[in-house]
Design a protein around this ligand. Structure first.
Ligand SMILES: [Ca+2]
Length: 486
């Protein structure tokens, strides 16, 4: 590691100040283990140390049966949750793929100059940063990346014990000839597809097949494993086998009941959902026709149920191989998604719809089902897995291990968690969500505040009410604690 640090010293110091530089590389700081911090929790056989099954699901908002949603059919994730702990108030750091993943996997917060867009490279934004899978690899684990873990397959390549694997083929993964041809010629097909094919005709079924094959091999290795699975749905386009579309009657599917701009919301809060509009059957401006909106929501549900089934196949194999008691399972989205709320689709904003994200943990020795309302963020995953696996917690991590919540989900916890998207910094407290947008000079040019005790769906921005002046100042000050304008 030290050699690495020296080689990359110049680059990293352009991004980090001296204090942060030391933290990122863990120099001059003992691990929590050495500092005598409490150890928990793994109660498996410990012949090799606990394995980790690390499941990311692209664009999965916490709209699942186990989160209390009545229409979504997600029996396999619900079953996992019934054996573990559901984090009801978990938040991503950045509401877009690459940046969210880079932050989660390095354990470092986003800032104005780091972890910004969908196509973030962690190794470019934070050269030499010690990633979660690399830390496990350095500590004797066999680490594998199947599907989409980092946004770019070869980002932080040395995190993995073998070459990162993804299914081959155009990423939109159309299966009907008509759509394939559109994708080839126009550059984009429709926003959804329902082909009457087996599960492993689409990518997520292939990822499950690969995971099952890996598990059979990993069981007999003399090392523990860190098996990362990055499922690709429900990311657009909403392509899933027909049988998952058939689980739902389109006419029964609820549409958002707040498809309008929040009262008093600034322009900075909104966007034109360019990601969705890039598809051939989506209008380039204006709201969606109701029928299209309903089909899109239907497609999102079908994709969630499809991916849920693939996760179920992997978890069943884990059981069949007798690995459940030796394996920690963590399931995360990478951010939320707007399904028409506020007239928005996709992610890319600082509303709850994009920031609120699923997190479920099943760990040997932790009895479920449990739910926690504690405020947690994706930065907390890295140190938590270290603690669960008795690994040193690198000094650079900015998250907080949630392991105490696994046993005591109601203990007092963090007062706030933080996210950001481009110029907008956002804080979520027990009661409020406050976001402010700043120019590089530091000047605030827009803000919004929602009182979740009466307005959880964020329909009325109350940041400009005179009675909230002190509250806004207080929340703004909280943002100062994590803002880095380097
Ligand atoms: Ca994503």
């Amino acid at each position: 590691m030290r050699k690495n640090v020296d080689k990359r010293h110049f680059t990293i110091e352009k991004k980090l100040n001296r204090r942060d530089f030391l933290r990122v590389f863990g120099l001059g700081a003992a691990s929590l283990a050495a500092a005598g911090m409490p150890r928990v929790i793994f109660a498996g056989r410990q012949s090799k140390g606990p394995n980790v099954l690390f499941i990311g699901v692209d664009d999965l908002r916490p709209q699942l049966g186990c989160y209390g949603h009545r229409q979504m059919l997600s029996p396999n994730i619900d079953s996992l949750a019934s054996q573990g702990v559901i984090f009801l108030r978990s938040y991503c750091q950045v509401p877009v793929c690459g940046a969210s993943r880079a932050s989660l996997l390095t354990g470092v917060r986003p800032c104005r100059d780091r972890f910004i867009g969908y196509d973030t490279w962690a190794e470019k934004d934070l050269p030499g940063g010690l990633t979660l899978p690399k830390h496990f690899k350095n500590n004797g684990y066999h680490s594998i990346s199947n599907g989409k873990i980092f946004h770019h397959t070869n980002d932080c390549r040395d995190s993995w014990s073998q070459s990162p694997w993804r299914p081959k083929g155009p990423w939109r993964n159309y299966l009907t000839e008509k759509n394939r041809q559109l994708d080839r010629t126009v550059g984009s097909g429709p926003a959804f597809e329902s082909a009457d094919v087996p599960d492993n005709a689409y990518f997520d079924g292939m990822i499950a097949d690969k995971a099952i094959s890996d598990l059979r091999r990993l069981k007999n290795m003399d090392k523990p494993f860190f098996l990362a699975l990055g499922f690709l749905k429900p990311h657009l386009p909403f392509n899933a086998p027909k049988k998952y579309w058939d689980l739902y009657k389109e006419k029964d599917i609820d549409l958002a009941d707040n498809p309008f701009r929040p009262k008093g919301a600034p322009d900075a809060a909104l966007h034109n959902w360019g990601e969705l509009r890039s598809y051939a059957d989506i209008p380039k401006k204006g709201p969606l026709p109701e029928k299209t909106a309903r089909t899109l929501v239907h497609g999102y549900y079908a994709c969630v149920s499809y991916t849920d089934a693939q996760i179920g196949r992997v978890l069943a194999e884990l059981d069949r191989l007798g690995l459940r008691d030796d394996t920690i399972v963590v399931l995360w989205g990478d951010h939320g998604w707007s399904l028409g709320e506020h007239g928005l689709w996709c992610k890319h904003c600082n509303f709850e719809t994009s920031l609120h994200s699923p997190l479920i943990v099943r760990a040997p020795g932790v009895s479920g089902p449990k739910k926690t309302n504690a405020l947690t963020e994706y930065l907390d995953i890295y140190p938590s897995l270290c603690e669960l696996c008795n690994l040193p917690i690198p000094a650079h991590l900015e998250g907080k291990s949630f392991v105490p919540l696994l046993k005591n989900p109601d203990i007092p916890w963090s007062k706030a968690v933080f996210s950001r998207y481009y110029n907008g910094d956002s804080v979520k407290t027990d009661r409020y969500r406050y976001t402010e947008w700043r120019r590089k000079s530091g000047e605030v040019y827009a803000r919004m505040l929602y009182d979740h005790s009466v307005d959880l769906v964020e329909n009325v921005n109350i940041s400009e009410l005179p009675r909230n002046k002190e509250l806004v100042q207080k929340l703004s000050k909280m943002l100062e604690s994590v803002r880095f304008n380097r």
